[in-house]
Design a protein around this ligand. Structure first.
Ligand SMILES: Cc1cc2nc3c(=O)[nH]c(=O)nc-3n(C[C@H](O)[C@H](O)[C@H](O)COP(=O)(O)OP(=O)(O)OC[C@H]3O[C@@H](n4cnc5c(N)ncnc54)[C@H](O)[C@@H]3O)c2cc1C
Length: 529
């Protein structure tokens, strides 16, 4: 992973000259005054942990698994939001941990937590490091030091229960490797967020992630049937049946807990069979309003595609659903509808659950609601570029444009107001930004809205974005949206999360935190308002 950007540096992309011209003429983007900092010039504080404390950590996990090199510390600094990248590009390594510790088992995690309580060391559980909400930038105030507890060595597929369609995995397993291991058994999670290449299964659970195929496979928290968690107060093992009426479901308390309550050391996950067939196709609607109505009918009446995504007019025009052909967009609003599952035997409509049968059924609904079929070409283009957009962000930052995303969700009846509120807040807080939006996660009762904003960098780009973020967060709360549909809370959304929960809700969270982590060593400053 590139320390100051996204992903594999070999996949970095130059912006085509016509896009640079567009940014210059339309948004007033100008080259940044200073080039990005080199790796050697990143400013790091000296390691705050004493040799005795480092030796004590090494006693638990072995010397080779306690890293204090520049590369290790910089590579575990913050996450991958745009402000995170801007800070790294400015050479600011001030949130770097003092050491990176790599436990090899649940017992080592538990022992590390005991040691860190005794030595007042803050612990940041670290999966793939792709948080976009400041979930890895813990506060060091009052602590002897900070360690990143990297779960990379806990990366096994532990067991497969093919009868129940449940697997047990370790949290540090990255998504592509998980799919590879499950694929050997003919199984898949079907969880493909845009951060798929780097994020881990533990991170998905800890941040309640949602993937591009959520309509078909569900959110990640829907997939979790059990988890094992090491906390400073002891272990928790949750989930002995798919559903239970034995009181409140504590699994839900740990999902989304972002490392503030404990470290997830194992997950039991529902899996599906690898689909025989995948077909993605495009549809055009005249407006975002019409397209939204069609998605609602599909979500409420079915048949629901596996992937269902609607871009608004601006996103369609820019062509963001096809990052490989950016700038070559179309008019109206593009829908991508994808179907994964068994192939039909005999005639296309022979099985209602087959890819062909569901495609025909959903196609009839989309056509009835005013959609025009565009065939499989837009679907194939989307599939081809589905993990490419984050690479584009690095190229935009390099030429002086800030690009960042904002996501929320609401009930269908509240969605138009929420859409307007977020757009207006962004347009008001930034100078002539480009604001694009899509819906990519639908439910019977509502949907998510995912905005992408591009603006010319002015002054300090981090402060510029933070002002906009404050305005947009307030607008989301006021318009009855949730502060996050799938990115989580981290440090950035704590205040808005508190507004959503209300004072009693906040007290409950604090009570749980003080019971499980009385010394407050776990991810201080994250999640808990
Ligand atoms: C370019 C890009 C695209 C993205 N696209 C999506 C998307 O489509 N859908 C989506 O849902 N999210 C997306 N994200 C956000 C991010 O990938 C998710 O939040 C993901 O779940 C984080 O996983 P991770 O392994 O990287 O976790 P990290 O970033 O390492 O950690 C996330 C949080 O969970 C905690 N944590 C991690 N592992 C554990 C553990 N084992 N036990 C306890 N706490 C733990 C961390 O302390 C942190 O607070 C995107 C991010 C980027 C940068």
């Amino acid at each position: 992973m590139l320390w100051s950007g996204w992903g594999d540096p070999a996949k970095a992309r130059e912006l085509p000259p016509q896009i640079r011209e567009l940014l210059h003429d339309l948004l007033g983007v100008r080259e940044p005054a200073a080039p990005a900092a080199s790796f050697a010039s990143v400013r790091l504080a000296p390691v705050a942990l004493s040799p005795a404390r480092l030796a004590a950590l090494a006693e638990v996990v072995g010397h080779e698994h306690v890293l204090t090199s520049r590369a290790a510390r910089i590579g575990h600094t913050r996450g991958k939001s745009t402000p995170d990248l801007l800070r790294m590009r400015a050479g600011d390594g001030s949130d770097a941990p003092d050491a990176v510790v790599l436990p090899g088992s649940h017992d080592e995690v538990a022992a590390l937590l005991r040691l860190c309580v005794a030595e007042r060391i803050a612990v940041v559980p670290f999966g793939g490091g792709t948080s976009v909400v400041g979930g890895l930038a813990a506060s060091r105030s009052g602590f002897a030091g900070v360690v990143a507890l990297d779960l990379a060595r806990l990366d096994r597929l532990v067991s497969v229960d093919a009868e129940s369609m449940v697997v047990t995995v370790e949290p540090g397993l990255r998504a592509p490797e998980a799919e590879r291991l499950l694929g050997r058994h003919g199984l898949t999670l079907g969880h493909f967020p845009q951060s798929f290449e780097y994020a881990t299964l533990g991170g998905f659970a800890a941040a309640r992630s949602s993937g591009q195929a959520s309509a078909g496979y569900g959110r990640f928290d829907d997939m979790v049937v059990g988890l094992t968690v090491a906390t400073p107060s002891g272990d928790l093992s949750l989930g002995r049946a798919p559903k239970s009426a034995a009181g409140p479901d504590l699994r839900q308390l740990l999902l989304g807990s972002e490392g503030a309550f404990g470290v997830i050391t194992a997950l039991r996950l529902r899996v599906r069979r690898v689909p025989e067939r995948r077909v993605y196709e495009g549809w055009r609607f005249g407006s975002f309003r019409e397209g939204t109505a069609a998605l609602r009918v599909l979500a409420q009446e079915g048949p629901l595609p596996t992937v269902l995504r609607l871009s608004d007019e601006t996103e369609t025009m820019i062509g963001l659903a096809r990052p490989d052909a950016i700038g070559g967009g179309d008019s109206g609003c593009l829908v991508i509808a994808g179907y994964e599952g068994p192939a039909a035997e005999g005639s296309p409509a022979s099985s209602a659950t087959s890819v062909e049968g569901r495609g025909a059924g959903a196609g009839a609904v989309l056509a009835r609601m005013g959609g025009v079929p565009l065939g499989i070409e837009p679907g194939q283009a989307w599939e081809h570029g589905r993990f490419a957009a984050p690479y584009l962000r690095d190229s935009l930052l390099a030429v002086g444009a800030t690009v960042e995303t904002v996501e929320t969700a609401g009930f269908w009846s509240a969605l138009p107001r929420l859409y307007d509120a977020v757009r207006l807040a962004l347009l008001g807080a930034l100078e002539s930004p480009l604001v694009m939006c899509h819906i990519s996660h639908v439910y019977e009762t509502g949907a998510s809205l995912y905005f992408t904003v591009v603006t010319a960098q002015k002054g300090d780009p981090v402060e510029q974005w933070e002002r906009a973020k404050e305005a947009v967060s307030a607008a989301i709360v006021a318009a009855d949206g949730t502060i996050s549909h799938h990115h989580g809370v981290g440090r950035d959304h704590r205040e808005a999360y508190a507004a959503e929960l209300g004072p009693v809700g906040v007290d409950i969270l604090r009570a749980v935190k003080s019971r499980l982590d009385p010394a407050g060593i776990l991810n201080p400053g994250i999640l808990i308002p």
